[in-house]
Ligand binder design. Structure first.
Ligand SMILES: Cc1ncc(COP(=O)(O)O)c(C=O)c1O
Length: 404
């Protein structure tokens, strides 16, 4: 994997320097097509969960497929509008935000999702004519690990499935129109039976509300982070899910729209992160490759114990050796422990794979370092879609008053 659409990754590093994020636009398009084609239902709308990667060029690309957007903050929403998404194609699915932020979303005219009773009552009294979608917590443990599981009983997300009588009471009292029911149980769901189980729980809720027009089943589709690793078989899943959904619609004689909000599935594989080996350091137990990056640029391995494949693209046929790839941040920032890599020399470029989702987006200026640039390759051409930060960016918002 040394090229993207005929362009060598090493040439991209020569042009833009390392560390560098690179996204393959064609890969995003093929994942979108694969996803959409997996389902056979009369009405399907996919809303890209842009928290995964919200660069405006990526948003414009995804919009060009006819995809909608899922936003969790007013800033993501503004980015979406700027990218050209129509308000009716945007879902706003935040949690624990203020009334003021909801007011801004209402003014923007997007689809509102609510996940607690207090906000539902606020909506009922402030915007009696605006329909809302409610997020239900089905109390299932879906998600690759506890940190990314959000549909269980201890999770902060959604309205508990055990509180349906209260939900019905509030809706009736405030005369709220519920136009959608939403569920999202977590990322990296290993077992699609759990997804189907949670979905059945949600369809029982849909049954209670005649006004519901769409059911949004969130996301959680798993991608393989290792060669041969587990991933959601989207064709099988799509078939099984479509059958279940169609049967439900037929049984209640309703034409509901099916929605999903994939993030990782669409963009994870499309991205790679390229870093340069600064130091090769042998200790008694380990040979470290110290690279010009760290948890400030890609925190998933340290935050979630996430696994990302790493390869040496400068010396792909080199003798395999064991290394721990670590960052330059003054914390323990290990990208990969005891990995077999083709022999690494100082200056080599290592590729960290599956860096499209939740990688750049979780980056920071920790240790006062710059965030890296992002490049997108589209139809055989590379485009700089975000510049490398500079010292001006580090100082930009600091005020430096004369206080001493
Ligand atoms: C409400 C909601 N929808 C969609 C997603 C996207 O999930 P994934 O990236 O696993 O597809 C998330 C992820 O956190 C989410 O919280």
């Amino acid at each position: 994997m040394t090229q993207v659409q005929g362009i060598s990754y090493l040439d991209l590093v020569d042009k833009y320097d390392a560390p560098l994020y690179v996204y393959d636009a064609d890969n995003i398009k093929s994942m979108y097509d694969k996803f959409v084609n997996a389902f056979s239902v009369p009405k399907l709308k996919v809303h890209y969960a842009c928290k995964a990667l919200s660069n405006i060029s990526v948003l414009k690309l995804i919009k060009s497929f006819g995809c909608g957007l899922d936003c969790v903050s007013i800033q993501e929403l503004r980015l979406g509008l700027l990218a050209g998404f129509k308000p009716e194609d945007i879902l706003f699915t935040p949690n624990n935000i203020s009334e003021q932020e909801y007011d801004l979303a209402v003014q923007a005219g997007v689809n509102i999702n609510i996940d607690n009773f207090e906000m539902l009552e606020y909506f009922g009294s402030t915007y009696p004519n605006i329909p809302v979608c409610v997020r239900i917590n089905p109390h299932v443990m879906g998600g690759g690990n506890r940190k990314i599981s959000v549909g269980h009983i201890g999770s902060k997300f959604g309205i508990s499935i055990h509180q349906m009588p209260l939900l019905e009471k509030i809706i009736k009292t405030f005369d709220i129109k519920i136009n959608g029911i939403h569920v999202h149980t977590g990322s990296d769901i290993l077992d699609s039976d759990i997804f189907i189980h949670a979905s059945k729980v949600i369809l029982d809720v849909v049954d209670k509300f005649d006004s519901v027009e769409y059911v949004d089943f969130g996301s959680g589709f798993k991608v393989a982070y290792k060669q041969g690793g587990l991933q959601t078989d989207i064709e099988d899943f799509g078939q099984e899910f479509s059958n279940m959904f169609n049967e439900f619609c037929e049984s209640c004689n309703r034409q509901l729209e099916l929605k999903f909000e994939p993030g990782k599935y669409l963009v994870s594989h499309a991205g790679v992160f390229l870093v340069r080996a600064n130091v090769i350091k042998r200790t008694t137990a380990t040979t470290f490759v110290g690279v010009d990056s760290g948890l400030n640029h890609l925190i998933r391995p340290m935050f979630y114990d996430a696994y990302h494949d790493i390869i040496n693209i400068s010396n792909p046929n080199g003798k395999p050796k064991i290394y721990s790839v670590v960052g330059y941040i003054c914390e323990t920032d290990t990208f990969g422990e005891d990995r077999k890599l083709a022999e690494v020399s100082k200056g080599d470029i290592l590729m960290i794979k599956n860096a499209g989702a939740y990688c750049y987006m979780m980056s920071s200026n920790y240790n006062s370092r710059y965030r890296p640039p992002e490049v997108m390759v589209h139809q055989g051409k590379d485009y700089l879609i975000r510049e490398r930060e500079s010292f001006d960016n580090i100082m930009q918002l600091q005020c430096d008053p004369d206080f001493l």
